[in-house]
Write a protein that binds this ligand. Structure first.
Ligand SMILES: Nc1ncnc2c1ncn2[C@@H]1O[C@H](COP(=O)(O)OP(=O)(O)OP(=O)(O)O)[C@@H](O)[C@H]1O
Length: 283
């Protein structure tokens, strides 16, 4: 299935080569091009019902989020060809980001694994749920038309940093309540959001646990200095960065919108659970 709009048209551009690669390997391929967000779930549901051997999605994190709602707990093997701007799900899985043929080769090789999904507000989440400074950055970046790609997040971060004040949170992990001021709270089954920021560095995709990262109040300069470290995951260990693991997490902070898989999920509070092994993926 192809979201032709992913990555500003990258999905449409790489689809023919991916199809060719799969058919050259002897696979029988039916191509479905989505025309709107609703198509992703509808077609995924139809493919599961059709008895096909597998489904491959060409798209970004938003497309995968939509597809995962139908594919969760179906047992149908699911391949990802990254075509978005963030591609954090593919990054977490280790799928090649800039080589669609190599990503298709993972489908051809046919090795599958099962990975966990998070659950929140009656949705399955494939990467990270977060709320705080990063929500405001995400909201601003999503509304921007320039610059393209990840540079948008940098510009949006600098803009939000000018006025941001720490927020008051109550975070409950497996029943244990933490009251704290913080810049942000993030909860993931996988490590990444924001186009390769390892906010939940070390998160295992298949350990049955949610990884929680709380960044407690730091100066604007320190937060700015933390960003390059997020890309490598080396922010963990900073005294203001608290990490926890659990099976259920509640995040409360008044007036803050939670983001999940890069899209708005709804206002906090949010209760996050885990669906162990809910998705079968090639990789
Ligand atoms: N024809 C279409 N088919 C499916 N989704 C579409 C279509 N046109 C627009 N969309 C929108 O595209 C969004 C998904 O885009 P996707 O996430 O795949 O790409 P991206 O935003 O470029 O990448 P990323 O999420 O990795 O940054 C959906 O949430 C949907 O609202």
């Amino acid at each position: 299935m192809v979201n032709p709009t992913s990555g500003r048209g990258l999905g449409a551009r790489i689809a023919p080569a991916v199809r060719q690669r799969l058919t050259d390997a002897g696979l029988t391929v039916d191509v479905y091009e989505t025309t709107c967000a609703e198509d992703v779930g509808r077609i995924s549901t139809e493919v599961v019902a059709s008895g096909a051997d597998a489904v491959t999605l060409i798209g970004g994190d938003g497309t995968i989020h939509l597809g995962a709602q139908a594919l969760a707990n179906s047992g149908m093997p699911f391949g990802v060809i990254p075509a978005g701007t963030g591609n954090d799900f593919a990054r977490g899985l280790g799928v090649p980001l800039k080589d669609p043929a190599a990503a298709a080769d993972l489908v051809i090789a046919g090795r599958t694994r099962t990975i966990d999904l998070a659950t929140a507000k009656d949705e399955f989440i494939t990467t990270v749920v977060a709320g705080g400074f990063d929500s405001l950055v995400n909201k601003r970046a999503n509304a921007m038309t320039w610059p393209k790609g990840n540079a948008r997040y940098t510009v949006a971060t600098l803009a939000e940093l000018r006025t941001f004040q720490p927020l008051e949170y109550v975070v409950t992990v497996d029943g244990d309540q933490i009251e704290t001021s913080a810049m942000l709270v993030a909860v993931g089954t996988g490590p990444m959001y924001g186009g390769g920021l390892q906010i939940c560095a070390g998160a295992e995709l298949d350990d049955g646990l949610l990884d929680v990262t709380i960044i407690q109040p730091v100066s604007r300069l320190t937060l700015l200095q933390m960003f390059p470290k997020l890309a490598k995951g080396t922010h963990v260990g900073h005294p203001a960065v608290r990490t926890l693991r659990g099976r259920s997490v509640r995040i409360e902070s008044p007036g803050i919108t939670a983001y999940a898989d890069g899209e708005p999920l709804g206002l906090l509070p949010v209760d996050i659970g885990i669906a162990p092994g809910a998705l079968t993926v090639f990789g």
